[in-house]
Design a protein. Structure first.
Length: 136
């Protein structure tokens, strides 16, 4: 009962679930923002937060801190004091995803934020990794 490597590999792949073999690209909605007077409005703020599976206040706190301005939530949008370009908002949302959403081990977005005592962790539900993150 001697099998070649290729035959063993085909046999092993046939026993894997279909979801493991297919790669899905993580896509989030691009931020839609505009500047009105001295305020910048992020119109799809709630939609972005829902797709990322994060609390509205956590995302707002991050964006406000990085923009160094005050921000408020108004229904499904966020309003920031000051004029900020779309590129700036887009870049900051991407950085938030890299720092607080995507698992550093398996690169999947299936994570949740966990706080234990004074420490914050990113717990991956896909691979089980637990990575420390900085508080916002």
């Amino acid at each position: 009962m001697s099998m070649s490597y290729e035959e063993m590999l085909k046999r092993a792949r046939s026993k894997l679930p279909h979801e493991v073999l297919e790669k899905k690209r993580f896509e989030f909605p691009r931020p839609r923002s505009s500047t009105i007077g001295v305020r910048t409005i992020l119109y799809n703020f709630k939609e972005i937060s829902d797709v990322l599976n994060r609390d509205l206040s956590h995302l707002l706190k991050f964006l406000s801190g990085e923009l160094a301005t005050a921000g408020t939530i108004d229904d499904s949008r966020a309003i920031f004091q000051g004029k900020f370009s779309r590129d700036t908002i887009d870049r900051l949302v991407k950085r938030y995803i890299d720092d607080f959403v995507v698992c550093p081990v398996c690169r999947l977005p299936d994570t949740k934020l966990v706080k234990e005592k004074r420490f914050h962790f990113l717990k991956c539900e896909a691979c089980g990794a637990k990575s420390s993150i900085r508080p916002v």
